[in-house]
Design a protein around this ligand. Sequence first.
Ligand SMILES: NC(=O)c1ccc[n+]([C@@H]2O[C@H](COP(=O)([O-])OP(=O)(O)OC[C@H]3O[C@@H](n4cnc5c(N)ncnc54)[C@H](OP(=O)(O)O)[C@@H]3O)[C@@H](O)[C@H]2O)c1
Length: 374
Amino acid sequence: MKRLAIIGSTGSIGRQTLEVVKDLKNHKVVALSCGHNFSLFRKQLLEYKPDYAAAIRKTEELERDFPEITFFSGAEGIEEMLEAATPDVVVNGASGAIGLRYSLKALEVSRRLCLANKESLVCGGKLLIKRAVEKGAELIPVDSEHSAIFQLMRGKDKPEKIFITASGGALRDYSIEKMYNASLKEVLRHPTWSMGNRITIDSATMVNKGLEVIEAHYLFEYDEEDILTYICKNSLIHGGVIYSDGVIKMHLGKPDMKIPIAYALSYPKRGYHSDYMNIVEMSLMLEEIDYRKYPALELAREITGISSKQIAYNAADEIAVKYFEKGAIHFGEIFKLIKRVVELIPETDPRDFDEIVEIDRYSRELAEKEVAKL
Ligand SMILES: NC(=O)c1ccc[n+]([C@@H]2O[C@H](COP(=O)([O-])OP(=O)(O)OC[C@H]3O[C@@H](n4cnc5c(N)ncnc54)[C@H](OP(=O)(O)O)[C@@H]3O)[C@@H](O)[C@H]2O)c1
């Protein structure tokens, strides 16, 4: 049995990981952490009976009702939980830049980090890869597109280029003008994937694809121009690799996050069971992405490899999404805000975690000020 810790067990990735674990049967859940959803967390603690648990806020009621579990609280508490649990495998399904600190800790205390939290690589790509090498820990991507590339690259011949796909998000059939004023309800109607709110909104702006280009840059060591992006409306093609002799390999499958989560857990084996689609019924089509409609992807490409701007891009988006969810800004203003904050942050290469945290903090402060000027 592998000892498994899940960060963000109450989220979309966390919940699906718990489902996958039931099918894999060779993982024991030893630690779970949540943010604020205590009612779901309570059910998970009852069902999975981990030895350790953590939440962002102190949970006196849960501590009282589960005396056999050792509890921790706060972001530091989640790190302490990982240290105490000594898991073999950690799934990081937290959302946001905060996830970087959990990823760094996971690489320190476990042998494998299954990484869904893409912000870890966007904010601290160099640091994270270095930490994985130093500690001899495996970093396995969970993001479906990166899982696809990871699976396709299990050979010695490095492809010339790689590509990842996007569904185009909920507003893909809208005109640019209509997109600007789209409501939260419209934006959350994702055509193919069922995910947390932020990533669903990020799919409509293609900030998500921007974050993923940066993620791929660090994971697979490609320059931005060699990481191609296309629209695949039914999300059946997740990614592909292109070789110098013209051969293209593509990764196809159902849009179901349980599959890449399970692969990250069971790699190098395939331990998960799922039915497969009838190939003759699959419509396989890729389309070019129109940057006039998705300027956030173009901006992410411009800043790929510039750490401080990547941190600013993510931080400004987290703030912008929060305001959009509250109805305080228009959908079209999300990009305006990100662009402004990215322009304002100088180009630097943070040397350590504290510098990353400082750039993130300053970017958020700037974003808050810029919201008021919109
Ligand atoms: N969902 C997908 O299909 C998908 C696919 C690919 C990649 N990803 C990536 O995976 C990550 C998670 O996405 P998601 O869609 O699962 O998000 P989500 O549904 O919003 O879940 C986020 C999880 O993180 C917890 N959390 C919130 N604030 C936290 C904090 N400060 N510290 C620790 N944990 C905190 C939440 O707890 P509470 O809910 O209890 O507050 C929840 O368990 C993101 O980086 C996303 O880009 C997701």
